[in-house]
Design a protein around this ligand. Structure first.
Ligand SMILES: Cc1cc2nc3c(=O)[nH]c(=O)nc-3n(C[C@H](O)[C@H](O)[C@H](O)COP(=O)(O)OP(=O)(O)OC[C@H]3O[C@@H](n4cnc5c(N)ncnc54)[C@H](O)[C@@H]3O)c2cc1C
Length: 335
């Protein structure tokens, strides 16, 4: 029997029971009828089939039940009898303590900052991908027989320097993390943004250097089918060989890897996601701007230049230091 006949390929249709509660005074019942009629149309639009409805008339929700314990039993029987797979409440009782942000908009910016801080610091992972690209670039240089040239070595040093810059800022952000009042640790926001901002640029430069070392063959390589061709295959094997002791196929494979990481499927993650993931570059610059402590830095410069005017420049470091620098100088209290 064909497998198709054993599997129902039709769209799954939810069988919904609608529930409304007429809480409050006169007029509540009419409103519930109106709401349930609208809910039925919404359920239909969403692809559910309405198989039952239940209305509760009561003064209000109890601490434990939105529709009262008796109605809950009635609802269960109705749902069982109608073969319902879904119960939709017109309204729902959600205790305030279970609402994530119950109108507390003063915490919105802080929540976004904390989320993006963790997220942007996590882009340190791109240095792992960078290690693979450095390895591929060094390998292709060897296969091309040029690994001892000083400018080749220097380009590998440059790639490593760039890659470690991402790593360093990510690790530093964690190292500078601090405990919040809840005891949960939050990484350093400035360094997290600096880490992510490096990630919007460095992989592109590393990709450029890897392509430089690979040579143009990386994008002009014939297809795998050509290598299997009885006539073309041996010719390609002969003319695309680099170093004598390296099989042509190995050279092809490492070139394909660099192509894949800098132009192909993995460039999605290594380049474009590095650029836009966790916010496009400007998002980090805004955050860096907000935290860059200009007044503290001005204070240092003005003190050294001896241009402090009484009243305009604070003389006590602790008066102007906060945020990142306060943690560096250990003058900050946990918040
Ligand atoms: C491969 C990949 C994977 C991703 N993975 C995830 C994921 O797992 N989870 C997730 O939540 N997101 C993910 N993202 C989404 C990522 O967070 C967004 O791409 C990013 O926030 C940028 O948004 P956008 O792509 O809509 O670009 P846009 O916001 O359209 O930005 C395009 C350009 O317009 C500029 N711009 C935007 N708004 C303004 C404005 N108001 N004024 C002036 N200039 C502006 C930007 O600075 C940028 O230069 C991923 C993205 C990519 C590319």
């Amino acid at each position: 029997m064909p497998i198709r006949t054993l599997i129902d390929l039709g769209p799954v249709v939810e069988r919904a029971v609608l529930v409304g509660a007429a809480h409050g005074g006169r007029g509540a019942a009419g409103r519930v009828e109106e709401h349930l009629a609208e809910l039925a149309r919404l359920a239909d639009t969403a692809g559910a089939s309405v198989v039952g409805r239940l209305v509760q008339r009561a003064a209000g929700a109890t601490p434990r039940f939105f529709i009262g314990p008796g109605k809950v039993t009635e609802l269960k029987a109705l749902a069982d009898a109608a073969g319902a797979t879904l119960v939709i409440f017109d309204d729902a009782f959600i205790p305030n303590e279970l609402i994530f942000m119950d109108g507390e908009t003063e915490f919105a910016a802080m929540l976004v900052e904390r989320f993006t801080s963790y997220h942007r610091r996590s882009y340190v992972c791109k240095s792992g991908v960078g290690d693979v690209l450095i390895g591929a670039a060094a390998t292709v240089a060897e296969y091309n027989g040029v690994e001892h040239a000083s400018h080749i070595r220097d380009k590998l040093v440059e790639m490593t320097h760039l890659n470690e810059t991402i790593y360093a800022t990510g690790i530093a952000s964690s190292y500078q993390s601090h405990a919040t009042k809840s005891g949960a640790y939050i990484c350093d926001d400035m360094l997290a943004n600096v880490c992510k901002h490096h990630v919007t640029k460095i992989p592109y430069e590393m990709g450029r250097l890897a392509q430089d070392l690979a040579g143009g063959l990386m994008v002009t390589l014939p297809s795998a089918a050509d290598y299997c061709h009885s006539e073309l295959g041996p010719l390609l094997e002969k003319y695309l060989k680099g170093r004598e002791d390296v099989p042509t196929e190995h050279r092809r494979r490492i070139l394909r890897l660099i192509e894949n990481m800098t132009l192909g499927r993995n460039a999605v993650g290594y380049l474009t996601e590095s650029l836009h993931g966790a916010g496009s570059p400007q998002a980090q610059r805004v955050q860096i701007y907000r935290q860059m402590q200009l007044s503290f830095k001005q204070h240092l410069a003005q003190q050294l230049a001896g241009i402090g005017v009484a009243g305009s420049v604070a003389t006590d470091l602790e008066e102007v230091i906060d945020g990142y620098f306060a943690r560096v100088f250990a003058t900050d209290e946990p918040n």
